[in-house]
Design a protein around this ligand. Structure first.
Ligand code: SAM
Length: 319
């Protein structure tokens, strides 16, 4: 089978909506088409089979052990239509995460689409450091306040809410689209959602003055890319530019957060930021000016990926 898919032809059109092609045949078709297009859609060797499986899982609804047993069942017309749409989108270069519509991040399965950045494995490491800071500061049954600024899908902040049972979390983003996605994801986390507030606006702007000096943790993965040309095509063409690009060689938002967060933090609180490896020296230097301690940490590839800055110096006494 080559060329365009035709859901009705592929599946047949009998009264029950049951078709003539098995999911196994569709899996093979998707894998072959992804493999042929691998270079143009930026698919790594071996990725075609994995992505074809994800698409069939999504279209068929089969998961885990069910998947292998379900492969010999005939696909329904509706199932083939879903499969067809997903394969076409992926072949047009759209990232697989948007095509599937959800993506795992730590313990969560987050809804993602073109309105938000796709959450990255590096950011899981940043979240681990943020969680460690919350654990350091919180004692006994005390409720601790944390803020995830530029929350996007809600990846960092919602993880904190699920993984730290005494944290009250504020999520903010300037993009109304991102806020809508974060709210949809909030609805999916169950009980911990009662400890989360989502607000729209630039960095700390949406917070009232009653929150000054009260956060145990401020964490952010802000935009930090210098120029669109530094991005892979699949990122530049599909992910929101306002989530990625920052002025002043990518440093503007990082330095703004280093300078403004001390007044929102408790004396024992911490700022945790994600950045690009070459930005580490400048962010470190600025953080040591505004905080008593600052340590750069590495991602899973061993690259400088973020900073933990603890104990903000009182405003006006930056050292
Ligand atoms: C790199 S994305 C991070 C998204 C998410 N936190 C993650 O790690 O996957 C940066 C986010 O910051 C938001 N953003 C950009 N400028 C902002 C600003 N001035 N105030 C608040 N949010 C901002 C963008 O809308 C985007 O959602």
């Amino acid at each position: 089978m080559t060329g365009e898919f035709d859901a009705e032809k592929l599946a047949g059109t009998d009264a029950d909506g049951e078709g003539v092609l098995s999911w196994r045949a569709l899996l093979a078709e998707a894998e072959q088409r992804f493999r042929s297009a691998a270079d143009t859609i930026g698919l790594a060797p071996g990725g075609a089979g994995t992505e074809a499986r994800w698409v069939v899982e999504e279209a068929s609804g089969f998961e885990g052990a069910e998947f292998d047993h379900g492969l010999d069942q005939l696909a329904t017309v509706r199932g083939v239509a879903r499969f067809d749409r997903m394969v076409r989108r992926r072949l047009a270069g759209e990232p697989i995460q948007y095509v599937l519509g959800h993506w795992p991040f730590r313990h969560l399965d987050l809804m993602v689409d073109h309105r938000v950045l796709i959450p990255r494995p590096e950011t899981e490491v940043v979240t681990e450091h943020a969680l460690a800071e919350l654990n350091r500061v919180s004692r006994g049954s005390e409720v601790v306040l944390a803020a995830d600024l530029g929350t996007g899908s809600g990846a960092i902040g919602l993880s904190l809410a699920v993984e730290h049972r005494r944290a009250q979390i504020w999520l903010s983003d300037r993009s109304p689209d991102a806020i809508a996605v974060a709210r949809a994801n909030l609805a999916g986390i169950g009980g911990p959602a009662t400890r989360v507030n989502i607000v729209e606006g630039s960095w700390f702007e949406p917070f009232g003055p009653d929150l000054l000096g009260r956060f145990a943790l401020v964490v952010s993965n802000p935009p930090y890319v210098r120029h669109r040309l530094e991005l892979d095509r699949s990122v530049a063409d599909w992910e929101p530019a306002e989530a990625l690009l920052a002025a002043e060689d990518g440093m503007a938002e990082l330095l703004h957060l280093v300078e403004t967060s001390p007044r929102w933090l408790r004396p024992d609180g911490a700022l945790v930021l994600e950045f690009s490896p070459e930005q580490a020296p400048v962010v470190h230097e600025r953080a040591r000016h505004h905080f008593a301690e600052a340590e750069v940490f590495q991602d899973l590839a061993g690259l400088d990926r973020g900073i933990v800055a603890r104990h903000p110096r009182p405003v006006g006494q930056s050292g």
